[in-house]
Design a protein around this ligand. Sequence first.
Ligand code: ZN
Length: 182
Amino acid sequence: MALPIVQTGHPVLRTVAQLLTREQILSVEIQSLIEEMRETMRAAPGVGLAAPQVGQSIQVVVIEDDAGLKTNMSQEALDARERVPVPFHVLVNPVLEAQGDEIIDFFEGCLSVNGYAALTPRHRTVKVTALNEFGEEFTTNASGWYARILQHEVDHLNGLLYIDRMKTTSFTTMSNKVQYWD
Ligand code: ZN
């Protein structure tokens, strides 16, 4: 069942989320939350969702990107964003480290700032170490759009939103973005 997504202004989005132990990750509660977060992300639809966005102040993120299959994004636009499909996966207690100095600006939106977008600078390449849904540690190296998703979701766990990092004068409704800026 898809869960309601909390909107900006809710204090849970401005709270540093709690770390989980391996035992907690394996609990029925967290396993069902992960399942519900997957359904919520797919229903939205979105390419990432952090637990605070469904009102849970814990360090859980789900990510899945079909690379525009549903949005019919052009190949040119996908290439510019270095956007490739990312299969469904779960990150618990993620630790993110920027790799290199390259910063890239693209329009970014958030399910918790519904209906808006803005140019948001992000590191092109990052390295993230996290636990998966089985409590096993893994490391992922990411570039381009996947790196952007990771930075956006890890920000959520630290009480940050893209609007804290955006180029403020680019802030736009989604419909004006499509009409004037795409
Ligand atoms: Zn978001």
